[in-house]
Design a protein around this ligand. Structure first.
Ligand code: C2G
Length: 132
């Protein structure tokens, strides 16, 4: 059983996120999403519209997602690879190169192309500019 993991905030879930999760799952059999906590989002300089529990509920409803766990710090990835017996670490290619060191933990590191024309920031800006 090939186990995949990916990390992110996944706020205002959109088809760019789904494209990533679908392709990540296709690489193996079991997909874990490590979801940024509200506190970690602050560390990342992000303020999500939905809180952790709401974002977790949305992700758990996706057929490609088998488990959602919290991401609370940058440093947890190394131990996550061993704790969850990960075979493949996947991220969108906006992170290309940033996590290559995880290969030293014995996992494959794959960066998948981002869906270009959609982002949570863009959704927020569009809605803000079109509000009555
Ligand atoms: N993504 C994508 N296409 C988009 C938007 C996002 O493929 N149009 C991917 C990102 O590349 C990322 C995942 O969806 O792999 C989640 O995106 P974010 O929620 O923006 O995650 P991010 O803030 O990049 O957090 O420790 C890693 C961080 O937690 C990653």
């Amino acid at each position: 059983m090939k186990r995949i993991i990916t990390y992110g905030t996944f706020d205002l879930l959109h088809y760019g996120h789904i494209n990533l999760l679908q392709r990540a799952k296709a690489l193996g059999d079991y997909l874990i999403v490590c979801l940024s906590s509200d506190e970690f989002n602050s560390l990342k300089g992000k303020k999500s519209y939905f809180n952790y529990e709401q974002r977790k509920k949305l992700l758990e409803a996706i057929r490609y997602v088998d488990l959602v766990i919290p991401e609370t710090c940058w440093e947890q990835k190394k131990s996550d690879m061993h704790e969850y017996h990960i075979d493949i670490f996947v991220m969108g290619d906006d992170w290309k190169g940033r996590f290559d060191d995880l290969r030293d933990e014995g996992v494959e590191v794959i960066y998948l192309s981002r869906t270009p024309e959609i982002s949570t920031t863009q959704i927020k800006e569009t809605l803000h500019n079109t509000k009555k």
